[in-house]
Design a protein around this ligand. Structure first.
Ligand SMILES: [Fe+2]
Length: 386
């Protein structure tokens, strides 16, 4: 190991993991000092029946609460601002987010706006949260985003069709309740997309400019667990062992990237998601092999280790790096994710997507510098290949 640059690693979120653990939500709210939570979720999660049992437990334990279940996919500024208004009006003193990355990110941003006023767009970028925010508990129902332990919330600016990040330790959840049973009802396509998001977190965390030994450890084992369990979870949603492996892999990848960063794959995925409202995990899956191929000259050894973590043996490091890129592409195909052409994006939009990708706060973390022209070249290659 090379002597790392100075770094600090903290993990303010208390992690609870295991089948059935979500039933402890009332006691953990109590422990966090929350008397009346705003339950933040979305119509799909609520419709899947994942929220009502938790609400019943809250009622049994005498909790008062308010529900905000209108969060949209790729959560929008207006979702946050409406949620903050609901929180203020109902006098809630904390939040419990139940769902995938959208409700959890939205809850984090609501906590900021409810505490400090204005619209969420005023808090774009690191260091913009002026003070404390209400405590948040996160109950993920997908295995992918890692949002349950990150410091950031990705929100769509609807005026510019652009995703921005609200970032600060104030919005790290106080506790994350990772219950694999809550992920059992995810349909195969959502399992695949969120799982590829998690793999992207692992790969980008491990190769980001700010990677350090602790983020490396989390990212590599995350990649291993995801490679072992994603296909199984897609094939049989009731395979609790596969669901547990994915939830743990996603958590570890989340710990990895939130303490190093992501890179060019997320820059492109967020540009696409913000512009066309496409699912985050699908965008990542499409972009991951292409950006890995671009980064390869700077990441040979690290890609070799990723290939090993994914269960692939190799003879020399160049072969290992090639295998890692191929393994990411193979996994995306095997779990049924589409090609870039299925998005139907006209080529005249590529310069704008490339410009947005290069403006992303994580662009500087990519291991190989990426200018708008590099992003555009990737888009053109993908369009030509599909
Ligand atoms: Fe992501």
């Amino acid at each position: 190991m090379k002597t790392p640059s100075p770094f600090c690693f903290d993990l303010p979120t208390r992690i609870y993991f295991g089948p059935g653990i979500a039933k402890n939500l009332p006691s953990l709210l109590q422990e966090a000092g929350i008397r009346k939570p705003l339950i933040v979720t979305d119509p799909g999660v609520r419709g899947a029946g994942l929220v009502d049992p938790l609400l019943s437990r809250l009622r049994e334990k005498g909790f008062r609460f308010e529900i905000y279940d209108a969060v949209q996919a790729n959560p929008r500024d207006e979702d946050v601002d409406r949620g903050a208004e609901t929180m203020r009006r109902s006098d809630c003193d904390g939040l419990a987010a139940v769902g995938g990355g959208s409700p959890i990110d939205c809850a984090k941003a609501i906590a900021v706006v409810a505490a400090h006023g204005g619209g969420v767009r005023a808090y774009a970028g690191p260091g913009k949260i002026p003070g404390a925010a209400a405590p948040i508990l996160a109950v993920p129902t997908t295995a992918g985003t890692g949002s349950e332990i990150t410091y950031s919330a990705v929100i769509t600016d609807t005026s510019r069709a652009f995703k921005f990040t609200v970032k600060g330790s104030q919005i790290a959840p106080k506790a994350a309740l990772l219950d694999p049973e809550l992920t059992l009802s995810m349909p195969p396509a959502l399992t695949a997309a969120t799982g590829m998001d998690a793999l992207t977190h692992a790969v980008e965390a491990y190769t980001a400019v700010g990677a350090h030994p602790l983020s490396d450890a989390a990212a590599l084992y995350g990649a291993e667990l995801i490679a072992q369990h994603l296909e199984r979870a897609v094939r049989d949603g009731n395979d609790i062992e596969a669901r547990s492996g994915m939830l743990m892999g996603s958590l570890l990848a989340g710990i990895g990237f939130s303490r190093s960063d992501v890179g060019g794959v997320h820059c492109l995925a967020e540009a696409l998601g913000g512009t066309y409202d496409l699912p985050h995990g699908v965008c990542n899956a499409v972009m991951l092999p292409a950006v890995m191929a671009y980064n390869r000259p700077c990441c040979q050894e690290r890609y070799g280790r990723i290939a090993t973590a994914m269960g692939i043996s190799w003879n020399d490091v160049e072969e290992g790096a090639t295998e890692a890129v191929a393994a990411a592409a193979r996994l995306a195909t095997e779990v049924g994710l589409p090609s870039f052409s299925s998005f139907g994006i006209p080529a005249e939009d590529f310069p704008d997507i490339a410009r947005k990708a290069a403006m992303n706060g994580s662009n500087a973390s990519n291991p190989r510098p990426m200018a708008p022209a590099d992003y555009e070249a990737i888009l053109r290659t993908l369009a030509g290949a599909s």
